[in-house]
Structure formats: C-alpha cells, structure tokens
Write a protein of this length. Sequence first.
Length: 318
Amino acid sequence: MKIGYGYTKLQTCARAIMRSGTTRLIRLGSIGLFILGTQLVPAAHASPFDAMGFSPCSWSVPIQDKDHKLDVPATIRLLRANHFTCYVQPIEEKSPMSFDDFKRLLPAAQASGIAIWPVLVPHTEGASLPYREDFVRWTKELANLSLKYSVIRGINIDDTDAGGNDKMFTRDYTCQIYRAKQQINPKLLFIPTIYDLDRGEADRLAGCVDGVWLWWTNLEQNNGLRAFLEDGRVVANGRFPVYAGIYAHSTSWQKQEGPKPKIFRKAMEIGCTYSNGVVMWQLPLTDDLKDNEMLPIAKDFVTGGASPLAGKCGQNPL
C-alpha cells in the first residue's frame, strides 16, 4: 500500500516507513488512513454495495504500549473519541502489528462495535506472519476468526497489481482466495488494493472480489479524478463496488508537502460523489499536532459532520 510495513524502527512520536516495490519513505507522527465509506453495518443486512457503510474508517500508525505492543485500550479510546466505527489493522512481522496484536484487538473491538479490517501484505511490502504469501491459508484463518468476531468485516491484500504482484494475483489465484472465505463465511468481504482499473482488470476481478480500493496518486490537482472514478465504475459495470483512494499527506514522489487543504477537500467531495466510498491516506487522528489542517476536513465527512456528504459518502454515486 502507500505505506510500507517494515516498522522495524517504530518510535512513539515519529516513524519511518519504507515501502519496497514502489519504494517510498514517509515520516509519520500519529498519522493514519481513513476509509470513507466504512460504517459498521450488520453483516446480515449488508449488500455488496453498502457493506462498507458511508462514514470514515481509520487506518493509523499503531499506538504502542511501553512494551511496543499494540495498545488496545488507547486504540479503541482514540477511535471512539474521533467518532470512528472502523479500524484497519495490518498484520506484519512483529508488534505492534503482529498476528497476536491483531487477535488481542478483536475482543475490545467487538465490545465497542468497531469494525476491523486486517491487511495482508505481499513480499514487496514486507511479510504477514506466520503464513506469509499463503493468502488462501490466511483467508481461511481470518474467516474462521470472523465467525467468532463478527466485527471482522473484510480482508484487504495490499498492492495486488503493483511491484510485479499481478503475476502472483492471477484470476485463478484471486478466485481461490475468494472461494476460501466464501466456504467459511460468505459475509466476510475480500477487497484488494489496486492502482489501475481497465476493462481487462475488471474482467479478471469480477466474481472473485467484493470491491476494490482504487488509488488516485496526483497530490497536486484533481483534474481527471472524476473521470478516473467514473471510468473505473463503468468497466466494473455493477459487478463490484469501487472505492476511491485519496492521499492526505506527502509521499515519496512528492516529499516536500502533501496536497493543499482545498485540493484534499475537493478530492474528498469528488470521491464521495463518484465512487462507492473513499479511502483517505495519512491523516493524524488527534488534533494536538501542529498545523493539523486535514483532520477537521476529514471529520466533516463523518456522520454528523458539516459536509452535505457527511455520513453519505458513496451512498448514491453518480
């Protein structure tokens, strides 16, 4: 994904995150990612196109306790304080993103009604232990966990079409992953990360995914974003939903600064209007950081926020 999963040099206030594949180095404080279009929806009532809901979901730099493990109470407290009902937790090699950390998070999330999205990473991003790139095995394990913890709403696999990973994620293998969760818990969703969606890609994915996170990589302007999303939905042709990925922070290809607040807000509006939901990358979750201009914009799109699209992101895409 946009952030790598090395985390071997995590610190409390600043972290360096290295992406392999398309290598990117990003310095972070209490920074995270949100998925707009994610609100806890009872699985029994979720349809393929509203299963992620219409309010933000947070993917943040993991909060650590004194032993560098995931601080579960602080994580839940922070999510509740910011009125988020969903959290993305990558599964990596070690704490605070180990499989044990993920499993410790589940009871607290279940008690709080916070939906959880595990993210599995290919070798270009690091490794998800213990099963590494046996994504069929991973899917079976997570599907079985979801029978006990219904807040596990879906599974994401990062960068399935980047860094040469498309050679691994053939249609046959993608469908094997999809069938693995369908056989155990059909209510569990499989939504991979992609960066391009043409007709060939849509045909390859159709019937074997429950949606895609489609990323827009232009931080300087939004020209073309509407067509990018509309074209993606046209080739998907109603076979699966398309969620827009919007950057809210600097990246390796634009290190000096991220998008301007007005660019970010407009991108959010376009994403919420022309896709089935929005993934917002690299937002601070707290408002005690200096010059945190993005969080107030993000919270405008939460249910009860100031935007006309608050709680409606992706609800009725044009």
